[in-house]
Design a protein around this ligand. Sequence first.
Ligand SMILES: Nc1ncnc2c1ncn2[C@@H]1O[C@H](COP(=O)(O)OP(=O)(O)O)[C@@H](O)[C@H]1O
Ligand SMILES: [Mg+2]
Length: 246
Amino acid sequence: MEKALEVRNLSLSLNNHKILDNLSFYLEKGSFAVLCGRNGAGKSQLLRCIKGLVNPDCGEILVDGVSLSAKARMKKIAIVFQDADMQIVSQSVEKDVAFGPENMGLDKKEIVQRVEKALSLMGLEDKVKQRPQTLSGGEKRKCAIAGILAMEPDVILLDEPFANLDYPSTLSVIRALNTLHGKGYTILVVSHEVEKFLFHADTLFILEEGRIMEEGSASEVYLKLPSYDIYLPQNVSFEDLTWLKR
Ligand SMILES: Nc1ncnc2c1ncn2[C@@H]1O[C@H](COP(=O)(O)OP(=O)(O)O)[C@@H](O)[C@H]1O
Ligand SMILES: [Mg+2]
């Protein structure tokens, strides 16, 4: 088993409040993991620490078994923020997706190839010339995901990727994440709306009081969600959560 990402003994305080408390976990290479926890549990701050946007009090973050500085992690770990609109900066979808690789200083041919590949993975081939502001909510989120894919990260973090999306958009983003999972990407989704996509995940973590309280296969850990005040639709078994599988 290879660890794509490992967090060791991570602690974070903000304004003298302990947000993350000696937290440790790892993601197996190619896994589609979900981390859930109530509002304010520290999910977004954890992702920001992993990416290298926030300095933790202490702890270590390893990518592919190597402990990396925040600066080195910026290249290896990609994040799609909750408000994907904020990540859209350009006048067309293709220009937006090219923004990251351009900043990496890649040559034109390589950029064109990467943009094409990322947009096709997200099913946005026919939107290349469209203004990102005119995309639907789900398309915007997929555009943001394409933007990070074009930078070819080792690990993809998504913060509440289904926030404010209607059913068809949610479905299209889940399909896009499934495609990435099928291609072997390592994905960590942070969300409190786990019922929407839990069935697709292989690993589930529950974050509370700044620590990972439960971890394991999604089908087992999901049974423990109610004891953390995270409710699933009533009388639904894990297998029933296929409602978005089609
Ligand atoms: N910039 C900040 N300064 C101080 N406290 C913060 C800051 N950002 C978030 N927090 C606090 O950190 C805790 C975790 O926040 P967050 O990671 O956003 O939670 P979640 O994403 O799980 O809803 C919350 O109690 C929040 O109030
Ligand atoms: Mg959050």
